[in-house]
Design a protein around this ligand. Structure first.
Ligand SMILES: [Fe+2]
Length: 426
């Protein structure tokens, strides 16, 4: 049919009227699926995203998907682009049988995710879990993502600990960078718990993207909390409260920390591991606070970690790997000259911030006496809680095809308040 000019005008007006209020597409398919530990060892939390509202269901079971749990969805939008709305769904699976493999999928009757699997947390005292630990992993140049996916597929890690700085940044481009990052880590985080600490790159809009996208135990939006894995008690802190928070918020975290450490049963979980994004010690060629004795993280936290016998303090922020000797108040507190990590007399500090991001590497400065080794390769740390006396960790290099570039065994036969004695000798 050939239209004359009049017909063409009528046709175009009709089409523009039809397109003025197009029906929005229904984005009800679950994406960005990830797991985290719940409030009790028998819980696992499933978190995911849809761009239209749906109900929040997880079907799961050890063989068939015989159980169903319902949670809720929170509406979320970026404050700089209020036209972009999405929904974060959270469902807690409770009363899991410890140490068993479960299958699950999440979504609603409008659309289900792929089928995923996880192993529920074991409560066996002989369980020796492997933890992958790193910070500063971006959506672009995310060097360690591929190898971590391989680890998950091969069942060689049980938990992931991401010690701050995600995506670069979760809120960039009105959250689209965060969405891309959460999709990238789904092949990892949909299979093992992805436990998070907050970093400086999450600070925009009062950390709202970080608070919304992850579901950590403790009712603090993931800012500080603790949980047990095998024979280790793990405490995640916000170092950002000293930079972006109020004095009252910093004091509240400190009160919580003191209470958590005071009530800890070290016979049940002898190993005490603390994580936070910004280190209190480092030896890098930049203007980071950790290069200087006077930094708020050290001033506010170091004595408490020492007093309560924290075995290992893990940080990131600097894009490199640094293993320290046991150190307190800038003094090396080795167990002995021959065996620094056997019955150490102060917390051992570790920086692992080299999983890869757009900012690339942080260069080193000359090693001070408290730094045992540094390594500039991209990579991540693997830690194994072996038993009540031995804690092993190693550094994996992505630059060297997964080679182990550092390994250490910490051996401790005493744990708890008052075990560190470095101050008496110095
Ligand atoms: Fe950082």
């Amino acid at each position: 049919m050939v239209m004359n000019l009049y017909d063409q005008c009528i046709f175009l007006i009709l089409m523009s009227t039809l397109n003025a209020n197009p029906e929005p597409p229904a984005y009800v398919y679950p994406e960005q699926v990830h797991l985290s530990f719940g409030e009790t060892p028998l819980q696992m939390v499933v978190t995911w995203t849809t761009f239209n509202f749906t109900s929040s269901l997880v079907e799961y079971g050890m063989g068939e998907l015989s159980s169903i749990s319902e949670g809720s969805a929170s509406r979320f939008f970026d404050k700089n682009d209020t036209g972009r709305i999405w929904y974060i769904h959270r469902v807690t699976l409770d009363h899991l049988k410890p140490g068993y493999k479960y299958a699950y999928h999440c979504g609603s009757t409008q659309g289900w995710s792929d089928l995923f699997f996880f192993t529920s947390r074991s409560i066996d005292v002989d369980w020796a879990p492997w933890l992958a630990i790193y910070g500063d992993l971006g959506s672009s140049n995310g060097q360690s993502i591929m190898r971590l996916q391989q680890e998950v597929v091969r069942n060689t890690i049980d938990v992931v600990l991401h010690v701050g700085d995600f995506a670069y940044d979760l809120d960039s481009d009105s959250g689209r960078v965060g969405d891309a990052f959460m999709r990238q880590i789904e092949p990892i985080a949909a299979y093992v718990p992805y436990m998070t600490s907050v970093g400086n790159h999450e600070h925009a809009q009062n950390f709202s993207h970080y608070r919304a996208r992850f579901t950590m135990p403790g009712h603090t939006d993931g800012m500080y909390y603790s949980y047990d894995v095998g024979r280790a008690h793990i405490v995640s802190l916000s170092t950002e409260v000293y930079y972006y928070g109020t004095k009252a918020e910093a004091a509240e975290q400190l009160r919580w920390l003191e209470a958590d450490l005071t009530t800890l049963n070290r016979r049940k979980t002898p190993w005490l591991i603390v994580l936070g994004h910004r280190p209190m010690y480092c030896a890098v060629k930049d203007r980071s606070d950790c290069n200087y004795a006077s930094n708020p993280v050290r001033e506010e936290l170091e004595f408490l970690l020492y007093k309560h016998g924290v075995d290992l303090a893990i940080w990131a922020h600097e894009h490199e790997y640094e293993r320290m000797y046991p150190v307190y108040n800038y003094t090396v507190c080795n167990g002995s000259a021959e065996a620094p990590y056997k019955n150490p007399r102060a917390p051992v500090h570790l920086i692992t911030g080299s999983a890869g991001c757009v900012e690339r590497h942080t260069p080193f400065r000359l090693k001070p006496p408290f730094v045992a080794i540094n390594n500039g390769d991209y990579g991540y740390t693997k830690l194994r809680v072996l038993n009540s006396t031995h804690l092993y960790f190693e550094q994996i290099s992505d630059d060297q095809a997964g080679a182990v570039v550092d390994r250490v065994m910490i051996e401790s036969h005493k744990h708890g308040v008052g075990v560190f004695t470095c101050h008496q000798d110095n």
